[in-house]
Structures are given as structure tokens and as C-alpha cells.
Design a protein around this ligand. Structure first.
Ligand SMILES: [Zn+2]
Length: 477
């Protein structure tokens, strides 16, 4: 889940952002005194040890107040002391200064987060952000000149900021319900406070303010935003709900349309973890030489004999195991043929499904570790029955990602040429009309492919496997 946390959503009695007067020779005694008052001695001491490069304008940002001390913010999000202490360094690791949460590309950033710090005195995460005041600084930091930011700081001494974070889930402060997205929020009688879905941000008679507690944060953005971006919105027609209409951090992030940035997708963990594989399929690079003809329709004739794989459970798990042993990953077209049991329909809708596959990997990554344990395509740990192994072995020549098979198919296709398959666009089935069905098929394929790659944990060079798998996706559309 992505959340945005406006700095103004905390009731600090001082502005959340303030320019630090840090000159070529450091900070003057009076400014130093004032900064120590605001940020604490430890912060100033850490800042002194850092190299502040010419052209960088330093600002001190009050980022987060710990829940135990400051309560949850106005949008119903909370961050406990232990969490703040542990994960504030992600601001430096992933964070840049952006505008309006356009945070995909650090090349379009306006500064870097130089320092993050948990101020134990006031239980607050505080940052030193270096804005690119000059072209020289912008080039050095690989971003753009922070002209708007500098103008606002010089004129008003202030501009509104908002931060963005990725959390795998949040936790209801009332009933400990874990939710990976807003759809999973507790509601009604399952929660003693009536649930986050309807009552987030409400304060009850016992003094408790119902909020979402956020663990495992990865902070990746501190943005300049328009004034009042966090304000509670009162929608006409929802008067009876007005008391509880709090716009949550997750809702704000959805409104900004924030996706998890690519730079966050390098997961730690076992090579065959589904989450890691999904992130690698998004970020991976195809092999240097162009082998894509090995994945062209000419090199990969459509499946015609369709084994029954629609059944879930052991049969599917065995088939996945047998295919993994042969390093076979079916392209979108043939996967759809298997799932739909209809070769012709599959060929028709492949051009519409394939472009949605990369976004489907993103969605899987967004949904966190849990998708791996529920992935229906997870391969069996045990060897498949003989007949299933034979079936898979026959597919290897046409569909294996093993290097020798890819090279052979590329060579054969180069001789034959690569005619394009004709797709009859006039035959629009009801399935083709439904965007939801198309995206759902893309998600199925993404889950299948992640499970297939994860199952190939031996007998193939991993770098080759990943790059061939990425190339297969690129060749599909
Ligand atoms: Zn609850």
C-alpha cells in the first residue's frame, strides 16, 4: 500500500519546513543556537560532519511525529516510535525532493535527502533536505533546479510538503486487523471501534483515536504540494458521514496516482521468492543480443493439444513442476489457450492481454508477500508423474527458455523468416469487450510466470533465465 503523509497533518507548533542558514563556513553562532533549539544538538552535530556542496540550499523538515507522543495524524495514519527509529533512514536511501508526488524518476527531482534523524527529545523524524538552488547543484545531484522551492522559501519562508511511503500492510489500532489495501479494512462488528473503513480518524469516549498503524515503511518521496492537499473533504450527499469523512493517506496516494517506484523494487530474500521474481521481471533487461525471434509465432507454433490444467491443486502443481524441469514458460497466447480451453479465442485476445502483464507484476509487488503463499501456480516440491513429465518434455523444443533451445529457435526462425500472425479483429467476443476480464487474465499470467521462474531453482543460469523471461514478455506485444 502506498500512502502520502502531508507534513501539515501534524499539529506542530512551528512550520514543518525551514531554511537552514548554512554557509560556506558552516553555520553562524546565532543561527546555530536557533537550529539547536528546533532540531536538537545531535542533528546539528550530524549535519556538521556532512559535506554540504556549493549550490545546495539546506532545509530542515519535520517529517513524522511518533504516535505515542503526537498521536496519529489528521488523516488517520500513525507511526510508532520503534518504527520511526528503525526506518527513518529509508528517507535517505530512496527519497528525493519531488513536486506533487511525481516520484518515478530521480532525474526529475529537485533535491536529495541528506540526513534523516529521529529526534529522541521530541520523538520526531526530522530531515535535512538539500534543494538544488543552482544548475551546478542540480547537475551534481542528477536532478532539476529547485526554482519554485527556493522562491517560496525566500519569499514565505515556507511551502507545504507531503511525503510518500510504501508499507506492505497497515494495522488497525482498534482490532489489529492487517490490511494490504483499503478493501481489506475492518468494518462493523469485527472491530470494537466499528472499523477503519468507516471510522478512521474518529475519537471515541475512551479517548482512543482510531487509526492505521504503519509498519515497515520505505519512504521514497518528499514533495512540494499545493496548499491544503490534506484537507478533509466533505462530499455533498455524504452529510451523515461527515463526522468521519477523513481522507486517509492511502486515499490521498490513490488520488495522486502514485505507483511503487522501480527503485524500491530490489527485494532482499531468497532468489526464488515470488516477490523478488516479480520485481525482477519488471526491472530486468533482455539479453544483449536480440533473440526475440526465438519467441516469435513462427518459432513457437501455437499449442493445439491442450492438456487439462484448469483444475487447481495437485494436478496443476505437478504440471508446473514438470514444466520447470524442462525450463518451459508458455507465452501469453498459449497460457490463455490452456486457461480458456480455446486456441482461437486465445490468439484473438493475446494482443490485448499482453500489454497489461507488466502492470500486473507491479500489482503483485504492491500486494506484498502474501500473493506468493496464495499463488495457485506454485509448483509442487515433488517430481511429477511420468505422463506429465513426458508431456512437458515434448514442449521443450518450442517453449523452453534454456539457452540451447532459445538459440536453436532463433537460428531456425532466422532461416524461415518471421511472418506475422493475422488476427481477425472483427471477431470481438464479449470477453474482449471487458477491460476487467483482460486485466484479470494478465494478472493470471503474471502469477503463472512468477511461479514458473521461481520454480526453476536449479539447472539454469539465473541471469540468463531472467533476461530470457523479460525478452519473452517484450516479444509478446
Ligand atoms: Zn479495526
Amino acid at each position: 500500500m502506498i500512502k502520502t503523509i502531508p507534513a501539515e497533518s501534524y499539529n506542530y507548533d512551528e512550520p514543518p519546513i525551514q531554511l537552514i542558514k548554512w554557509g560556506r563556513y558552516g553555520i553562524g553562532p546565532n543561527d546555530r543556537k536557533a537550529l539547536i533549539k528546533r532540531a536538537g544538538e545531535l542533528f546539528v552535530e550530524q549535519l556538521r560532519k556532512m559535506a554540504v556542496a556549493p549550490g545546495e540550499a539546506l532545509a530542515h523538515n519535520l517529517a513524522l511525529g511518533a504516535t505515542e507522543y503526537w498521536g496519529s495524524n489528521r488523516n488517520g495514519d500513525g507511526f510508532k516510535c520503534a518504527e520511526c527509529r528503525k526506518n527513518h533512514p529509508t528517507f535517505v536511501k530512496y527519497g528525493h525532493a519531488f513536486r506533487h508526488h511525481k516520484n518515478d524518476d530521480p532525474k526529475k527531482s529537485y533535491g536529495v535527502v541528506k540526513l534523516s534523524h529521529f529526534n529522541e527529545g521530541v520523538k520526531r523524524v526530522e530531515l535535512a533536505v538539500a534543494y538544488n538552488a543552482t544548475k551546478e547543484a542540480a547537475d551534481r545531484n542528477g536532478g532539476l533546479v529547485a526554482d519554485e522551492e527556493m522562491e517560496a522559501l525566500e519569499k514565505d519562508g515556507y511551502f507545504p510538503t507531503s511525503m510518500a511511503t510504501h508499507v506492505p500492510y497497515d494495522i488497525c489500532s482498534g482490532c489489529d486487523n492487517k490490511a494490504r489495501n483499503r478493501g481489506e479494512y475492518c468494518h462493523g462488528s469485527m472491530c470494537k471501534y466499528g472499523g477503519l473503513r468507516d471510522n478512521i480518524g474518529k475519537t471515541f469516549a475512551d479517548g482512543h483515536t482510531l487509526h492505521a498503524d504503519n509498519p515497515h515503511n520505505r519512504w521514497f518521496d518528499i514533495s512540494l504540494v499545493k496548499r491544503g492537499a490534506d484537507r478533509t473533504s466533505y462530499t455533498l450527499g455524504l452529510i451523515e458521514k461527515a463526522a468521519s469523512v477523513v481522507k486517509t493517506g492511502a486515499e490521498l496516494a490513490e488520488e495522486y496516482g502514485i505507483r511503487i517506484p522501480i527503485r524500491l523494487l530490489h527485494f532482499e530474500g531468497a532468489a526464488n521468492s515470488h516477490l523478488k521474481v516479480a520485481s525482477e521481471l519488471i526491472c530486468g533487461t533482455p539479453p544483449g543480443r536480440d533473440y526475440s525471434v526465438a519467441f516469435s509465432p513462427a518459432a513457437q507454433p501455437a499449442l493445439t493439444a491442450l492438456p487439462d490444467l484448469k483444475g487447481r491443486g495437485e494436478k496443476l502443481a505437478h504440471a508446473m513442476r514438470a514444466l520447470a524441469e524442462e525450463k518451459v514458460i508458455l507465452p501469453v497466447r498459449d497460457f490463455l489457450a490452456l486457461m480458456l480451453g480455446d486456441v482461437k479465442l486465445a490468439a484473438e485476445i493475446t494482443p490485448r492481454v499482453a500489454p497489461h502483464v507488466p502492470a500486473a507484476y507491479m500489482d503483485l509487488v504492491d500486494s506484498g508477500e502474501e500473493f506468493a503463499s496464495t499463488n495457485p501456480f506454485r509448483a509442487s516440491d515433488r517430481a511429477a508423474p511420468h505422463a506429465t513429465r513426458q508431456w512437458a518434455a515434448k514442449l521443450a523444443a518450442d517453449y523452453s527458455l534454456a539457452r540451447e533451445h532459445v538459440l536453436r529457435r532463433a537460428a531456425v526462425a532466422a532461416i524461415r523468416g518471421t511472418p506475422h500472425e493475422l488476427i481477425n479483429v472483427n471477431q470481438v467476443s464479449s470477453l474482449q469487450k471487458s477491460a476487467t476480464a483482460i486485466r484479470s487474465l494478465a494478472r493470471q499470467y503474471a502469477m503463472y510466470k512468477v511461479a514458473a521462474v521461481a520454480a526453476m531453482d536449479r539447472g539454469i543460469e539465473r541471469d540468463w533465465l531472467l533476461s530470457a523471461a523479460v525478452l519473452q514478455d517484450l516479444a509478446a506485444h
